[in-house]
Design a protein around this ligand. Structure first.
Ligand SMILES: [Zn+2]
Length: 265
C-alpha cells in the first residue's frame, strides 16, 4: 500500500502525492467508503493516477464523482478514460460545461488553438449530473458546496468544503488568474465579482486547479482584483475590456480642436 499524503484531512492532491508534476491539480476527496476526484488532467496520465489511487487503497468501484471544475481540455480530457476504469463514477459539471462537451466545442475547450498549431483530442464526455450555485455533493459524511464563479469561462465552478475552497482557475498562488480570452467566454466584470466573493468569504485555504495550494490572503486577492479592474479599460484585453478611455479622450480633443502634438501627460 502507498502511504497517503493528505494535504488536509480527507484531501489528497495527486501531483503532491506523486511528488512530481502531472499537469493540472487533481484533488481526491474521501470520506467513509466514498471518494471523488476534482479534475483529472490529460488522458495520458490517467492510468498512472488511478493506479496510485488503487495503491492508496481506495476501491475503484467506490469512486462516486468525477467533477469537472470547467470544460477545458487540460482539466477534463482524461474523464473519458477514467470513466472506463471507474464504472460507478458520475461525471459532474456546470450546465455550460455540459453543453460545450456535448457539442464537442473544440475552441471553447482549448482543444484547438489554430494560431499556435494546437490541436488535441477531445474525446466524447457526457456530464451526467449538472450542478450550479448552491448545489451540494455528498461524499461519505463530507459535503462540497458548489460555487458558480464565472470569469475565466462562464462554466467555471469552485467547491467549498469547510475552510477549504477548491478554487479552480480563479486565482493562483502568484496572483495570476485563469487566462482571459473572449473566445473562451471570459468576462472581466464577472471575474472581479468571483474574486470579491473569494476575498470576502471566510474560506482559509485555496486549492487551485494549477500550482500549489495557498492560504487565502485578502490583500493579495485585492491586488489581483485591482489589476483586473485596470484590464477593463485596456485595449490589450480586446473585447474583454468594457471601455477604452483613450477613445473618449480623443473625441473630446477632436471636438475641442486640440492639436495632439500639444498633448502632455
Ligand atoms: Zn486551467
Amino acid at each position: 500500500m502507498l502511504e497517503r499524503r493528505e494535504l488536509f484531512p480527507n484531501v489528497i492532491e495527486l501531483n503532491y502525492q506523486a511528488r512530481r508534476r502531472f499537469g493540472c491539480s487533481v484533488y481526491l476527496v474521501f470520506s467513509e467508503q466514498e471518494w471523488a476526484l476534482i479534475d483529472i488532467g490529460y488522458s495520458d496520465t490517467v492510468d498512472e493516477i488511478i493506479e496510485m489511487i488503487r495503491q492508496m487503497d481506495f476501491p475503484l468501484g467506490n469512486c462516486k464523482y468525477l467533477i469537472a471544475s470547467h470544460a477545458d481540455v487540460d482539466h477534463i480530457q482524461g474523464f473519458h478514460r477514467a470513466k472506463s476504469l471507474l464504472p460507478n463514477a458520475v461525471i459532474v459539471g456546470h450546465p455550460d460545461a455540459a453543453r460545450l462537451l456535448k457539442e464537442g466545442d473544440r475552441l471553447m475547450t482549448y482543444a484547438e488553438i489554430p494560431a499556435q498549431n494546437i490541436s488535441i483530442e477531445l474525446p466524447p464526455i457526457l456530464i451526467e449530473k449538472q450542478v450550479n450555485e448552491g448545489d451540494r455533493l455528498q461524499i461519505g459524511n463530507l459535503e462540497l458546496e458548489t460555487w458558480h464563479t464565472p470569469g475565466h469561462t462562464h462554466g467555471q465552478l469552485a467547491f467549498r468544503m469547510k475552510n477549504l475552497l477548491f478554487s479552480g482557475d480563479n486565482l493562483f498562488r502568484d496572483g495570476c488568474v485563469g487566462n482571459i480570452d473572449a473566445h473562451h467566454g471570459s468576462n472581466i466584470p464577472d471575474f472581479i465579482r468571483s474574486l470579491e466573493r473569494i476575498r470576502d468569504s471566510d474560506v482559509e485555504w485555496l486549492l487551485p486547479s494549477h500550482g500549489p495550494v495557498f492560504r487565502k490572503d485578502a490583500g493579495m486577492v485585492q491586488q489581483t482584483i485591482d489589476r483586473l479592474g485596470k484590464y477593463q479599460e485596456m485595449a490589450d484585453f480586446g473585447t474583454c475590456a468594457v471601455r477604452w478611455p483613450l477613445l473618449d479622450q480623443w473625441e473630446e480633443e477632436l471636438v475641442a480642436g486640440i492639436d495632439p502634438k500639444a498633448h502632455r501627460d
